[in-house]
Structures are given as structure tokens and as C-alpha cells.
Design a protein. Structure first.
Length: 164
């Protein structure tokens, strides 16, 4: 059994070693009519990017003109973005825009997310990043009203990233 396995392994190695022998080549001899040859030089660069999204945003109490809200900013960052011409890394947001009291789920309130003063909807675009080696940033503003009841309110936002 070991001899059969060793023989099969040797055959596979021999076949794989000859695979490169079939590459296209130009052969020029002293009596060849054409004494030159061309070689194509190519390489492929695939798309690459690094997007950084914080895992949490803690809303802070803000009082303006005796109105209490809970707000904070979250920065979505991209760096080392290399894409095909006219492509962008697009970041979208999925959310039901609801915060629920972790101790009493019947207590909830809505919140808004905005970018540059524009409210974001579910599956809305929150950032687009083009090719650049420098860091690019999109700042999202989260704002919730003043809840009726005390508690720890939480919700989830899902960010999706695609090349468009």
C-alpha cells in the first residue's frame, strides 16, 4: 500500500513539474529570419481598502434652551483605498432607529442619524470614499430625544460596505 501511495505521489509531482514547460516562448536561433522577440510585462492590482467603524457610540446628555436630548458623533474612516477608476467604497446604514430600555423593553424611543445635516434613512448612504492613500472620514451625528423613564437605552446599527 505504501509503495502504491509513493508511486502515485511521485507521478503527481512529475506532472506538476512539467506544467510550466507549456508556457509560450520565443525561440531565436542564429539562422532565424527575425532576430528579436517581444515579452509582455503585466501585473494585476485588485481593489483594496480599510474601513474603520467604532463598535459603540455613547450618547451624551445635551441641554439647549431647556430642551434635553442625547447626542454624539461617530466617525467612519477609510484609508489605503485603491479602486478602479470611477469606483467608490460605499458605506450604508441599516437600522430601525429605535432605542430600547434594556431592563424594560416596553420603554423605547426613536433616534436620528444625520450626515452633514441630512437625515439618514434605513439602508441610506452614510459615506463614499474614493481612491486615496490618506485617511478619509465621514462624521455621523446620532441624536435621541429625552426618554420619559430612566434606564439604559440601546439599539443596533449595521454598516454595510460595497464597491460601487
Amino acid at each position: 500500500m505504501k509503495k502504491i501511495f509513493a508511486l502515485a505521489l511521485a507521478a503527481i509531482m512529475a506532472l506538476s513539474a512539467t506544467a510550466t514547460a507549456f508556457a509560450a516562448e520565443s525561440t531565436i536561433k542564429q539562422d532565424s529570419q527575425n532576430q528579436s522577440a517581444d515579452t509582455a510585462v503585466t501585473f494585476t492590482v485588485g481593489p483594496t481598502y480599510t474601513v474603520t467603524i467604532p463598535t459603540e457610540v455613547q450618547l451624551n446628555e445635551t441641554v439647549v434652551n431647556e430642551v434635553t436630548t442625547y447626542e454624539n458623533d461617530l466617525s467612519v474612516k477609510a484609508e489605503n483605498v485603491r479602486l478602479a477608476d470611477n469606483q467608490k467604497v460605499q458605506v450604508t446604514l441599516r437600522s430601525n432607529f429605535a432605542l430600547t430600555d434594556t431592563a424594560n423593553p416596553s420603554n423605547s424611543l426613536t433616534y436620528k442619524v444625520s450626515v452633514n445635516g441630512n437625515d439618514v434613512i434605513d439602508q441610506g448612504v452614510v459615506a463614499e470614499f474614493g481612491t486615496s492613500t490618506t485617511q478619509q472620514t465621514s462624521v455621523l451625528h446620532f441624536a435621541a430625544g429625552n426618554p420619559e423613564f430612566s434606564g439604559t437605552y440601546s439599539g443596533t446599527v449595521t454598516f454595510n460596505i460595497a464597491i460601487v
